[in-house]
Design a protein around this ligand. Structure first.
Ligand code: GAP
Length: 462
């Protein structure tokens, strides 16, 4: 197979590589796991970090109109009443009448070849009955009802109705409640936005597909405030930015598809939504969302808190509540898309191998430095010297020094396989020629080709 072709990859392959190489482990694994939770290992943390940095660079650092925040996960419960989440953040649930197991009614209908889009629970119950849809175990199903997905918790020492709060199901509300703070501190003119990266929690009825649908995940979100008449152009500019961002992180444009969400299928706050779907190994599914949230949230919080959240437009001498465009990026789904897109197998020098064709911008390591032999002091000493030099060069170029790694465990062949599997674009081997002639061998991850380079020319690799 040609080196740049994307092969078919199974979820089992990805999950197995993630565990084998320290990207992602099952949550609470030694206790048999906890459904819908996954723990990121050292390589996963580095991959996540690279993606977060690229997102923050594009949407915050490289702009003058964006304000970064990091709001508390726990919020006053009135936030979730005003936002509409207490009343309406629910998925349709249906129970297997025999086993009492619960399923997403819309998923069962889709799997039966029916379209549940825009249907009420009563209508879904009728569809199940008319089409004799059964549970995955082949048992009859009960009535469809709405199930609120927010995790409830109690604040303080007393468990009572008054001190119930929720783990946030989206990072967005942490920005809406700080709208006034940003206005009062920085006095920005419209349009301007707020950005945040952080955890969100949803009590998903049926977590599945590895980190695609989980109960605890990370979002990278923007709430961008605009004059009500200007929302269309800004919606379009963020639409383009989604495409630009997927290129930053090495996703394939041919795998990204836009889906205009129809009336009746959008979230309660949205007057227009485009879902960005990606070709995952299990099919085309939502990766990101872009929504026009109108003035729904600021208006709701102004009413709920009795605090004025309007904006005074100096130019036109008018006061109004800004409207909001929200691009929302799931970080865990991004990780899955990046891994699935990069996964490759081939035969290199007569040996089957797996490698990750990650873009150097997101690869956990950019360069791995090896001594040819572990038990030759002169080689390990020199290799560590080369590693330190490369780290310093990387730091000087604004690349995290953590991206230059050193590896002396196992044979050279095993080290190459290990670095291939974590997607390290280049390996630099220090051998006896390094000591005599000042040269090293540089190996390319994708082709396996090796070339001899002078140590002082290594800077050009970065
Ligand atoms: N603030 C808007 C919002 O939260 P959403 O479509 O519900 O909108 C936004 O979620 C993104 O968060 C999704 O496009 C997806 O990438 C990610 N996401 C949502 N639920 C998720 C889950 N259970 N597991 C992993 N990622 C999820």
């Amino acid at each position: 197979m040609a080196h740049d072709e994307t092969p078919k990859v199974s979820m089992e392959d990805i999950i197995s590589l993630c565990k084998r190489r320290g990207f992602i482990y099952q949550g609470s694994e030694i206790y048999g796991g906890l459904a819908g939770t996954w723990d990121y290992g050292p390589l996963g943390v580095m991959l996540k970090d690279s993606i977060k940095r690229l997102w923050w660079k594009r949407f915050v650092d490289d702009r003058l109109d964006m304000y970064g925040v990091d709001a508390a996960l726990l919020m006053n419960p009135k936030v979730w009443v005003a936002s509409g989440h207490v009343g309406g953040f629910a998925d349709p649930l249906v129970e297997d009448l025999k086993t009492k197991k619960r399923y997403r009614a819309d998923h069962l209908l889709e799997e039966a070849g029916l379209n549940p889009a825009g249907k009420t629970p009563a209508e879904m119950t009728e569809m199940i009955s008319i089409n004799a849809v059964k549970s995955p175990e082949g048992n009859p199903l009960g009535d469809v009802r709405q199930f609120n997905m927010m995790f409830k918790t109690n604040i303080g020492a007393i468990e009572s109705e008054e001190n119930i709060s929720y783990l946030r199901p989206e990072t967005a509300q942490g920005m809406f409640v700080n709208f006034k703070n940003i206005q009062d501190t920085f006095h920005p003119k419209l349009p301007f936005g707020m950005a945040q990266i952080g955890k969100a929690f949803r009590n998903e009825i049926a977590p599945r597909d590895f980190v695609f649908r989980v109960r605890e995940f990370e979002q990278m979100e923007i709430e961008y405030f605009v004059k009500p008449t200007e929302w269309r152009d800004i919606f379009e500019s963020f639409r383009k930015e989604v495409w630009n961002f997927i290129k930053d992180i090495g996703l394939e444009e041919s795998k990204l598809h836009e889906l205009e969400i129809g009336d009746g299928d959008r979230a309660h706050y949205s007057a227009r939504t485009i879902d960005f779907e990606y070709d995952f190994p299990f099919g085309k599914k939502e990766l990101y969302g872009l929504a026009y949230r109108t003035d729904f949230d600021l208006k709701a919080h102004a009413e709920g808190s009795k605090v004025d959240l309007s904006y005074f437009d100096e130019e036109n001498k008018e006061r109004y509540i800004p409207h909001c465009i929200e691009p929302s990026f799931g970080l865990d789904r991004t990780i899955l898309a990046v891994l699935a897109t990069a996964y490759r197998t081939d035969n290199l020098g007569g040996e089957e191998r797996v490698y990750l064709k990650l873009s150097p911008a997101v690869a956990p390591y950019t360069i791995a430095v090896f001594p040819l032999l572990k038990n030759k002091e002169a080689l390990t000493h020199k290799a560590k010297e080369v590693w330190k030099t490369l780290r310093d060069i990387a730091a000087g170029k604004g690349i995290s020094s953590a991206k230059i790694t050193y590896d002396e465990v196992g044979s050279i062949g095993k080290r190459y396989r290990r670095q291939d599997e974590v997607g390290t674009p280049m390996c630099v081997t220090v051998d006896f020629d390094t000591l005599e002639k000042g040269t090293v061998t540089v190996r390319d991850r994708d082709t396996g080709e090796q070339k001899v380079v002078k140590v002082e020319d290594l800077a050009t690799l970065l």
